[in-house]
Write a protein that binds this ligand. Structure first.
Ligand code: NAD
Length: 347
């Protein structure tokens, strides 16, 4: 395209949102003209899968509840054998990013359509991206064919999220939206998504932390996470996601917790170089964005610093060197000393 011309490809087709939406899975399976549904999940979603299999009746042909973080290829191969033996013609997934990752990995190998029912705020269900690991090494592919056909957000499924997961997963979603505000390829469209995601998540999260069964606030958080996932799909992420990948991959760290603790530090690092993002975020949160993010992150009862995750301090510089050698596009300069300083503060 000509210089200065923006291009947008809008992602995922069909999204259902609201309490009880999970009970629509059978009609969504019908809508895809599928007749044999195989359900994948993490163990946390087992009783929702029981309910869904009962709802599907004779259309249910199998289940696999062993999805785990980072989509290891050996787990995919184990599930794939069952899917092929069942002669399934659609994958249904219940769970967080781990279940969605497994669903995408199976779809990538079979071409099967997907109905994804997310139980966290990770956002993977609306991105055309799949990260897989084999013997600890991660490969990532991006292909519109990976996008689930139907996404079903039912906030009732998030009521069981423990406080720590609620907080860190919501901050993981916020990170997608915050990075979209300073993305090199941001546009009016992604700015609108990001601003609404940031304001709904920062408003709803304190309500949910105070009252974890507040279904309306849980619903607002889930829809904010949806928009944040769209930000992840539609803009190029910067230093925050690069650091999360580099640290997460090197030390096998918990995904959402790592995002949660890094976000205030990267935001403080980037905003001086991103005045438009600062203005947008300030308007969205009605206060100093760095302070708001730091106050939210400080409410976590678990790891709040890299040292709490057993990251060795003397390894930080090597991470900064890797990141600075091939930086993602980022508003503030990415050099070894500055990034080491940022990591030291997060440590
Ligand atoms: P997850 O799916 O691993 O879930 C975290 C833990 O919470 C698991 O133990 C799970 O069983 C449990 N859990 C999930 N939902 C629950 C609920 N409602 N109640 C109680 N427990 C629940 O973690 P995640 O943070 O959702 O996803 C992380 C994974 O997703 C990583 O592998 C990450 O790389 C991937 N991801 C991919 C993309 C993408 O676009 N490809 C985007 C975001 C995340």
């Amino acid at each position: 395209t000509a210089a200065g011309v923006q291009v947008h490809e809008t992602t995922a087709g069909r999204v259902l949102l609201g309490p009880g939406a999970r009970r629509c899975v059978p009609s969504e399976v019908d809508r895809l003209r599928a007749e044999r549904a195989f359900v994948v999940s993490t163990r946390s979603a087992a009783h929702h899968v029981d309910e869904c299999l009962a709802d599907l009746g004779s259309r249910a042909v199998g289940r696999f509840d062993g999805a785990v973080v980072h989509t290891p290829v050996h787990v995919t191969e184990e599930a794939l054998a069952l899917v092929l033996a069942s002669r399934a013609d659609v994958i249904v997934a219940f769970g967080g990013g781990s279940a969605t990752g497994l669903s995408k990995a199976i779809s990538a190998r079979t071409g099967l359509p997907q109905v994804v029912v997310p139980t966290t705020y990770a956002g993977s269900e609306v991105t055309p991206v799949l990260g897989e690991t084999r013997d600890g090494a991660k490969t990532t592919r991006r292909d519109p064919a990976l996008l689930p056909d139907t996404v079903v957000y039912d906030p009732e499924l998030t009521l069981s999220m423990p406080r720590g997961l609620t907080l860190t997963s919501a901050l993981n979603a916020l990170a997608h939206a915050v990075e979209a505000t300073w993305a090199v390829d941001s546009s009016a469209y992604t700015d609108a998504l990001a601003t609404e995601a940031v304001s709904s998540i920062t408003q709803a999260l304190p309500l949910v932390l105070d009252s974890p069964t507040d279904l309306a606030a849980r619903g607002r958080l889930h829809s904010g996470a949806w928009l944040a996932g769209c930000c992840l799909a539609q803009t190029r992420m910067g230093l925050h996601h690069q650091l999360a990948h580099a640290l997460g991959g090197s030390f096998d760290l918990p995904h959402a917790e790592l995002h949660a603790l890094l976000l205030p530090h990267v935001t403080a690092y980037n905003l001086p170089a991103a005045p438009a993002a600062r203005e947008r975020l300030t308007r969205a949160v009605g206060d100093d964005p760095v302070q708001v993010l730091a106050d939210l992150a400080a409410q976590h009862d678990g790891a709040r610093r890299l040292r709490d995750l057993d990251v060795p301090r003397d390894a930080l510089r090597a991470v900064a060197e890797r990141v600075a050698a091939a930086p993602y596009p980022n508003p503030a300069p990415v050099d070894v000393d500055s990034v080491t300083g940022l990591l030291e503060r997060a440590w």
